[in-house]
Design a protein around this ligand. Sequence first.
Ligand code: PMP
Length: 284
Amino acid sequence: MKVLWNEQIIDESKVKIDLEDRGYQFGDGIYEVIRIYDGCMYMEKEHLDRFWESAQKIRMTLPFTQVELSQRLHRLANEVGIENGRIYFQVTRGVAKPRLHDFPDSAVVQPVLLADIQPVSRPSVKQNLGIRAGFVEDRRWLHCDIKSISLLGNLLALDEAKQKGFEEAVLLREGFVTEASASNLWMVKDGILYTHPDGQLILPGITKMKIRELTKALGIEVKEVAFTKKELLAADECFKTSSVAEIVPIIEIDKQKIGDGMPGKVTKRILKAYIEAINLFVQA
Ligand code: PMP
């Protein structure tokens, strides 16, 4: 498969990752994942904006403009030709020798860009049936708003949930629900939609952004306030959102049913609107 490596599109077997790439040694880098529907990148501009925000938060100067990066990503997409999938791209702070914790001089060390495209199908089965999750303590750092390639905290949380037999982790920080291991988390109570406010404790999701827009049009009230584990267990519905998962109902947490233990009607309404928005986008 062809990948993008800095400015080149080459076969993945030709990519050389330097032993002293700071991404490899320190997880010193950022990434994005954009969904591709019918060959088009969904909410590309929003993902690129978030990428630039992440870069600024980690004090990294990107060696290309948004337009240049977009052109490179599109060049790769045309070359690979996958109609439905996702594009993953990351930038590490680059290759700096010797291995030192200090950030290298950005005038000397150039960030390293990599992007690849993989096919992904719509998660219709999970969307129809819902998934079962477990509560896990959110022990990640206080920069969860940065889309950092250092995902160990998220991986540990997911693994803890999986070890207990659940498919997903619902993260709890001091008793409050933050998000899921790789998605934002929502609950519905008495027709009102609740989710954690943006800030340092969660990733400001691009799908979350879309849902704000869709719920406004649907006349569904949204409150971005933190809620507790107890409040979530007493909710009528729960779902998670991400670019890849789109909207997936969570029907049970720690073996306790949420609502009647089936994907809820508000969730289904929002999912329907989400799919319609994708269809409008690909037709445009
Ligand atoms: N939170 C976390 C921790 C994530 O990894 C993701 C997926 N990137 C999200 C939320 C959802 O973000 P998005 O809707 O932009 O995919």
